[in-house]
Design a protein around this ligand. Structure first.
Ligand code: CYC
Length: 197
């Protein structure tokens, strides 16, 4: 994948996103959620990488999912490695206080096996899904599940659909019942994406 594709995707991902319009339009199906992708220094993982937080808009300071993702260009696609943190509380809220992220080290991270996303440029955007194999294990609502995730990034917005399925029956256990989330960028962090050209 060209450097240009990689940088375009990274700049589109960089920002603070909200699905406010969708939540107002279809409150029965969509809570109002914020997804924040804050660029990390290139040296942190020797890759273009982001610190990620997802939070209910009303509990912005108490995100329910904190991760780090790294964008790895491969010949045919962009491979997005997802990491959990050894101590998530250490960085809670740091998406909007980026000074704190300077102390983030690769030792703080645990790769989530089977949970990488595979993205390709299509029709003016980037579309992708979790790597095949039903290998991304998520323990949620007291049950084991595997993740099926699809995502599409465009300039200024992205769609995402994360759902968990029962490994034995392939029935959906958690995630959206109303189709993809539609996130629009509220704050643009693209100027913080490191130049690697
Ligand atoms: C989990 N969401 C995940 C996981 C991945 C993604 C890979 C499994 C690994 C993990 O536990 O973190 C999705 N990762 C992505 C996407 C990209 C990426 C899209 C971009 C390339 O790098 N997700 C949403 C909704 C919300 C949601 C707003 C409502 C359903 O987009 C929730 N995602 C959600 C939850 C989990 C998850 C609850 C399971 C996390 C857990 O409970 O431990």
């Amino acid at each position: 994948m060209s450097q240009e594709h990689l940088l375009t995707l990274a700049r589109w991902m960089a920002g603070d996103f909200s699905n406010r319009e969708q939540a107002f339009r279809e409150p029965a199906f969509f809570s109002q959620i914020r997804v924040c992708h804050r660029p990390l220094p290139y040296t942190c993982l020797n890759a273009i990488a982001f610190y990620v937080e997802q939070a209910y808009d009303v509990f912005l300071d108490d995100p329910y999912r904190m991760r780090v993702i790294a964008l790895v260009p491969r010949p045919e696609d962009i491979y997005v490695i997802n990491y959990n943190m050894t101590d998530p509380s250490k960085f809670r809220g740091a998406c909007r206080e980026p000074e704190r992220l300077k102390s983030l080290r690769s030792e703080d991270l645990i790769p989530l096996d089977g949970c990488s996303m595979i993205l390709k440029p299509v029709g003016g955007g980037f579309r992708g899904q979790v790597e095949p194999g039903k290998a991304c294990k998520v323990f949620r609502k007291g049950k084991d599940s595997y993740l099926i995730s699809a995502v599409e990034f465009r300039e200024g917005m992205f769609f995402s659909l994360d759902r968990g399925y029962d490994p034995a029956t392939d029935q959906q256990i958690w995630g959206s019942l109303g189709g993809p989330f539609e996130f629009y960028r509220r704050v643009d962090f693209s100027s913080e994406v490191p130049m690697t050209l």
